[in-house]
Design a protein around this ligand. Structure first.
Ligand code: URA
Length: 225
């Protein structure tokens, strides 16, 4: 639950009110069901809010819904989604353990890149989702998600597989699975990054411990005199 005492709240129609009630992920989802804040509203079948475990400690963030996601209302259900599911399973994760969302919640026409103003309009909802779910790790898939979450213009080719400690979570950028489907050279790199992710997650669950040293084995300062 996110408590937002006396915060100004703006609804989808643009009118504002003061709200002292806790907001849940379901509330946020419901508040966006009929979102009209950008031009994508007119071409979508439905808003694709996100799916998975609302208490997940790991979240995956993509770019925007495509054709199948728009029809089904669920992120990553097309070809890229099948690859994502396979990659998750390769490191022992299931989709029900994680949470998946996109930067943009509505399908851009012909799957074009999201426009900068569409990203600006929609990204606060992604940040709210992250605030509500409170994951320890967020995996950004592709340039749009990585740049949105890092809040700077970096290329995914440079930063993939490198964790960034941000104030609220660790960011782990990955190539977008759709890019790996179109470029055979990227798939082995994406698989390697998933193995690296697994090692990072394992280390977060069980941080390395120094073996206890018995007092008698402790190094002693040699007396020179
Ligand atoms: N690509 C994305 O970035 N998101 C989806 O939900 C599907 C494909």
């Amino acid at each position: 639950m996110l408590y937002r005492p006396h915060r100004r709240r703006i609804d989808n129609e643009g009118s504002s009110s003061y709200d002292a009630s806790p907001m849940s992920l379901d509330d946020l989802c419901e508040s966006l069901r009929n979102c009209q804040q950008c031009r994508l509203a007119s071409g979508r079948t439905q808003v694709v809010f996100g799916s998975g475990n609302p208490d997940a400690s790991i979240m995956f963030v993509g770019e925007a819904p495509g054709f199948h996601e728009d029809k089904q209302g669920v992120p990553f259900v097309g070809a890229a989604g099948k690859l994502l599911t396979e990659l998750l399973e390769s490191v022992g994760l299931s989709r029900s353990q994680i949470y998946i969302a996109n930067v943009i919640k509505c399908r851009p026409p012909q799957n074009r890149d999201p426009a900068p103003d569409e990203v600006e309009t929609c990204k606060p909802f992604l940040f709210q989702q992250i605030q509500l779910i409170k994951p320890h790790m967020v995996c950004s898939m592709g340039n749009f998600a990585t740049q949105t979450l890092l809040e700077r213009k970096v290329g995914i080719t440079k930063v993939h597989g490198q964790p960034f400690q941000l104030s609220e979570f660790r960011l782990f950028p990955l190539f977008h699975p759709a890019a790996a489907l179109h470029n055979d050279n990227l798939l082995p790199l994406l698989r390697e990054d998933f193995q690296k992710l697994k090692r990072l997650l394992d280390a977060m669950v069980a941080p390395p411990q120094k073996p206890a040293v018995p007092a008698s084995d402790q190094p002693v300062q040699m007396d020179l005199f």
